[in-house]
Design a protein. Structure first.
Length: 353
């Protein structure tokens, strides 16, 4: 295993007019009462530590007394728009318990903790700078993964729902060794499928802290799923290995688990299974997916250097000449999905005959 490193900070790409129209058509774009830049005007902060007194890389921010009341009300309204019909009647039952800011990573998000005062249930949502490549990543996740995503965009502000689960790095460190053999086999299978899914839709930088493990209790066992939570590196980097979680050192323990629990035939079986599932989703979302890809093909979401490198590396990986005709990242993504769909249809036709 060769470790992949991302050394340069990714640029933020503005939302184009074409992408904005797409977002409006699919109800992702609504007028928001507060913007990302408004939250940057905090007066002070203090470090947030976890239960073991480790620095979480989040800081808890606070605002002056005169602004805080308005900020809280507007954040409640955003929560209502994200999770309900946007009606203000629910805001009286909500409390903004905390506003945290993360200076680590590209998106520098604000994490908003919202509590229902009637029953003390709480959840989170995130306020970020709107970045076109990230929005494409969120939409592709909605269409091509097993999971549903909820987010809103208005001008230069992106609102994302919280994705619940155990952070991958925490799961690997504190939970994986305690799993029974059958659970480890299932987790190995899910990592193979997750690895394939990221490659197919060119979602990069899936180090262990950028995905979560989601355990679901079935009637006689626990089912584990792996779900991406960071879409910042959607088709941006030039190295093909960036889009394969298996090549990050943070995932070494998961890779070793796959080697321990899976033979080559099993790995290939689950890779084919995931490609088939993605191909079926592409057919189901055909109209919407084509509109999104059309936006991507007319957009700039990476550098020319990265695009040319990835185009050649994908061609070397597939030996499909269509990739050499790609002129931007959107066309590469579109050609990868076409490649997967063609292979799925060819296999189905052979089986039918």
């Amino acid at each position: 295993m060769t470790d992949v490193k991302i050394t340069n900070k990714k640029a933020t790409y503005p939302v184009s007019v074409k992408l904005n129209k797409y977002l409006q058509e699919y109800n992702r774009n609504i007028r928001l009462p507060i913007f990302y830049d408004d939250l940057l005007r905090f007066e002070g902060s203090f470090v947030v530590y976890d239960k073991d007194d480790n620095d979480t890389l989040w800081i808890r921010v606070y605002y002056n007394q005169f602004e805080r009341e308005e900020i809280d009300l507007n954040l409640k309204r955003i929560y209502s728009a994200l999770n309900s019909d946007g009606n203000d009647t629910v805001t009286k039952y909500l409390n903004i318990d905390a506003i945290d800011f993360c200076t680590f990573g590209n998106s520098k998000p604000f994490r908003i903790k919202v509590r229902n005062i009637l029953n003390d249930n709480y959840t989170y949502f995130y306020v970020k700078t709107a970045d076109a490549s990230r929005i494409y990543g969120l939409e592709l996740e909605q269409m091509l993964s097993p999971d549903q995503l909820n987010f809103l965009v208005y001008k230069d502000t992106l609102i994302e729902e919280h994705i619940a689960g155990i952070p991958g790095d925490e799961f690997i460190k504190n939970y994986l060794d305690d799993c029974i053999p059958s659970e480890k086999t299932q987790i190995a299978k899910e990592f193979v499928k997750f690895n394939e899914r990221c490659l197919i839709r060119l979602l990069g930088d899936m180090r262990s802290y950028n995905y979560v493990i989601v355990p679901t209790h079935d009637f006689d066992h626990v089912v584990y799923k792996i779900r991406a939570i960071d879409f910042d590196q959607q088709s941006y980097e030039g190295k093909l290995r960036v889009y394969r979680p298996q090549f990050f050192k943070e995932n070494l323990k998961m890779v070793d688990l796959v080697k321990e629990k899976m033979g080559e035939e099993s790995i290939e079986q689950y890779q084919i299974e995931e490609r088939s599932i993605v191909a079926k989703r592409m057919i189901s979302y055909k109209k919407r997916l084509n509109k999104l890809l059309n936006c991507m093909k007319n957009d700039t979401i990476s550098t020319q250097e990265h695009m040319e490198q990835l185009r050649e590396e994908v061609y070397s990986f597939t030996l499909d000449l269509e990739f050499r005709k790609s002129n931007n990242m959107g066309e590469i993504v579109s050609n990868v999905l076409d490649f997967v769909k063609r292979n799925y249809e060819d296999v189905n036709m052979k089986n039918f005959m």
